[in-house]
Design a protein around this ligand. Structure first.
Ligand SMILES: [Zn+2]
Length: 241
């Protein structure tokens, strides 16, 4: 089964597990949500250790505001809701406190997504939302205003990062890629001046990826299709050239 077809609670559990295990958020920090076809938002709970989350801990918030589950929804639920209202094309939101991106948020800079081929295509232009108290309606308004500009990766001043996607796998891919960019930039700046690819180099790489995508979309054998269909896997990274 495709990952995107798994129930929202299972998708959230898988992705918050990756984020926590990979040291990209703390026990109490970060929250993930998925908007389903009925307009309900599935979200990580408030006050539960991210390292011990179970399927039944995920909270469902109905479109009318009622919530179902063992816990209250994340205290950051208001900004998840504000993002979905500002961007009807988005169906999932990842928010976390990964160390490199939080470092950028503290100095109020945006990571460079032009240092390796493919990263700008995944992350797009990265925005930055002015600081507001976590959990406040003001923070939701600040974040939603940047999403409304068309951005899908938004740094939160002195806080962390929020990424939206057409699916949770899509949002996670951009989140992970942007944290990788931030780490590379910090490390590279320690012993030299990071250099960006030129527009021509980026265009060449994009053309190559389009050719590779067309080739991988070509008809396959029945056996190959069966093997692929049996795994709920997600391919997170485009091949680097
Ligand atoms: Zn946070």
């Amino acid at each position: 089964m495709k990952f995107d077809h798994l129930p929202p609670a299972d998708q959230i559990l898988e992705m918050i597990g990756r984020i926590y295990r990979f040291g990209m958020t703390t026990t109490s920090g970060g929250n993930l949500s998925v908007l389903d076809d009925d307009g309900d938002i599935w979200i990580t709970p408030a006050g539960v250790d991210k390292g011990t989350l179970r399927r039944e801990d995920i909270v469902r918030v109905r479109a009318d505001g009622r919530h179902e589950g063992l816990h209250k929804p994340s205290s950051e639920f208001p900004f998840h809701q504000a993002i979905y209202r500002a961007r009807p094309d988005l169906r999932a939101v990842v928010h976390a406190h990964p160390p490199a991106l939080v470092s950028f948020s503290i100095v109020r800079k945006v990571p460079n997504v032009d240092m390796l081929p493919g990263e700008r295509e995944i992350c797009g232009d990265v925005g930055i939302a002015p600081y507001a108290l976590p959990g406040s309606a003001q923070l939701g308004a600040n974040i939603a205003a940047v999403f409304a500009e068309g951005k899908r990766c938004v740094m939160l001043e002195n806080h962390g990062i929020v990424v939206g996607g057409v699916s949770l796998a899509d949002a996670y891919k951009a989140f992970e890629t942007l944290e990788f960019c931030a780490r590379m930039e910090i490390q590279a700046a320690g012993f030299g001046r990071p250099r960006s690819l030129t527009e021509a180099q980026q265009a060449l790489a994009a053309a190559s990826r389009r050719r590779a995508a067309r080739a991988s979309a070509a008809p396959r054998s029945d056996a190959d299709r069966r093997a692929r269909g049996a795994r709920a896997d997600v391919r997170f990274y485009p091949p680097l050239l």
